[in-house]
Design a protein around this ligand. Sequence first.
Ligand code: SAH
Length: 354
Amino acid sequence: METKELADILQRERKLSPDGYKRLVTARDAQLLDHINALARETAQANYGNAVFVRGLVEVSNYCRNNCYYCGIRRGNCNVERYRLSKEEILESCRLGDKLGFRTFVLQGGEDAAMNEDVVAGIVEAIRAEFPDSAITLSLGEYSRGAYQKFFDAGANRYLLRHETANREHYGKLHPASMSFDHRMESLRALKDIGYQTGTGIMVGSPRQTADNIVEDILFMEGFQPEMIGIGPYLPQHDTPFAGEQAGSLEDTLMLISIFRLMFPKALIPSTTSLATVAPEGRERGILAGANVVMPNLSPPENRAKYALYDNKKAFGAEAAEGLRGLEEQMERIGYRVSYSRGDFGNEKWKMEN
Ligand code: SAH
């Protein structure tokens, strides 16, 4: 069977055999990529029209207790200037976002011991009180199930926690032994169980990742049924043990975005900052491959450079909240329109609002 036919089957049946997935992720064929991107666009449009949802990203802290080999804000990097936003600064960022029209705030950060469960719950509560109609998304790494429950009760709705890799051995090559594959997976199950709209995902082309690993990621997602899927190319950061490793590719990322779109027609899939960083038109290409979310940066500008997960991270222009007009134009040029509605998974309310 031709790989193009495999893409057609995936669109129809939302599922392939492991070997079918492997053929798609290893094909590296420009015509196939065009074809599957078009199918994924069609599927996204059938569910979301030409809407691209925006979420306001607030990078709350770059302190981190972990030492992930790929990440620029790992504990062992003494060359990052550390910062932590106060509750008031976080609220200010949300106010700015609210004025710009955002109805989802995403708080992301390292695993900062000072951001203990009560501090985070207090921040969520304050945002919830001031913005009762907005969605609150957290992306703060691993906490106990009890803490996740507390955040949820305080008003958080969504949680992004990429599984990073579904292969235990590969997990051990990306993280020091002090970090636990099982705990990451348990955390994801707890989040879903509590009732969060839950996001998983991987870095495409992360060091030591094999095609079989990616197939395992796809099969994991098939079982987990995430509401959100965050994927972007791995990009090296010069002060990490993986400084000399190769970046993930634009094309491999676009292929995976399309595969996930065809598997999960209603999922919320961002066209990520790392995708915008790896290629000049990465942001647009992601949308044209079936993504339907962008996350402009609402963090105080003076802190953005410090949240340096990888080198050359885009932080200005259409990636930043100030460039919103530019982002709208960028989306219009490719036939899409920015939607400011909450865009909850499976909720069609946005159709009326737009
Ligand atoms: N501490 C939180 C947030 C981490 S940052 C957590 O653990 O979930 C969000 C994502 O950025 C990570 O999940 C990882 O997949 C991605 N990331 C980190 N370093 C990266 C790099 N060098 N290149 C590309 N993506 C990276």
